[in-house]
Design a protein. Structure first.
Length: 273
């Protein structure tokens, strides 16, 4: 079973709780939606799933329903006791802590050496840093399905030349293939947000899109950030002092190009030189 809107309202009322604006809490209150997310995540028997921001356990129950081994992380100390009560009979392990501060790699390694999936309903302010942290620091997570604000999700999945394309798009493309796989209306949340959400699926590449032996992620990140910091300028200007002027020709990149025109491979060639 999963939680309906009435169930969530009852849990909040019974424990004297209210969704925290500071933590960006919007609880999914539709069983069909959480089951759809669980299905799209690929969760099933023998799968290992890390859920970030488990909240009151609605999505947690849907993931456990598939037969997956679920590890649920929640940062709100007021919600954790309620979450543990909700998932008590579902075989879910819960951890209290901030996913941006926990040693997630160690947490997963202690439990299973097998590949993990990450599933999460992420508020706007932590979505991008959390996804990038997992891609950089937690190689055991081989695929992710995250529910994020529409604009954030479109930026994560955008390709070169597309309107939402930016530094985040390039940094994610270094590690993973990303695509928007569905929309989630505001009507399925308690409280109802003022924005629509999307589901973004990220599949980690077997190896980074740019050979780390040629250029490190940190160097690539620095060059990409500089290029997009002044995205209206030609790259020869926005990258002045960051990339040698002679590198453009050797990398096969026009010095008068704009940042949004370069895919991750082109950024890699520039950063390497």
């Amino acid at each position: 079973m999963t939680l309906s809107g009435a169930d969530i309202a009852q849990l909040l009322s019974a424990h004297g709780l209210q969704p925290s604006r500071a933590l960006g809490q919007n609880f999914v209150a539709d069983p069909n939606t959480v089951r759809r997310i669980a299905r799209l995540s690929g969760a099933g028997p023998s799968a290992h799933v890390l859920e970030i921001g488990a909240g009151l356990g609605s999505l947690t129950l849907a993931l456990a329903e598939t037969g997956a081994d679920v590890l649920a992380v929640e940062t709100d100390r007021h919600l954790v006791p309620v979450l543990r009560q909700v998932v008590a009979d579902a075989g879910v392990e819960t951890v209290e802590g901030d996913a941006l501060e926990l040693d997630l790699a160690a947490l997963l390694a202690e439990r299973s050496p097998e590949p993990w999936s990450l599933v999460a309903n992420l508020p706007y302010n932590v979505a991008t840093p959390l996804v990038l942290r997992v891609l950089v620091e937690v190689p055991a997570v081989t695929n992710l399905l995250v529910m994020v604000q529409r604009e954030v999700g479109e930026r994560m999945a955008a390709g070169a030349g597309e309107d939402p394309y930016g530094a985040v798009s390039v940094r994610i493309a270094y590690f993973a293939r990303a695509e928007v796989v569905g929309r989630v209306p505001a009507s399925v949340f308690i409280p109802r947000p003022r924005v629509d959400s999307v589901l973004v699926r990220l599949e980690r590449l077997p190896r980074p899109a740019v050979d780390p032996a040629l250029v490190s992620y940190d160097r690539l990140n620095a060059v990409v950030r500089a290029g997009f910091a002044q995205r209206r300028k030609m790259l020869r200007r926005s990258l002045a002092g960051v990339v040698d002027p002679a590198a453009f020709e050797r990398a096969g990149v026009r010095p008068d190009a704009r940042a949004e025109e370069l895919d991750v491979a082109a950024w890699g060639r520039l950063a390497a030189l």
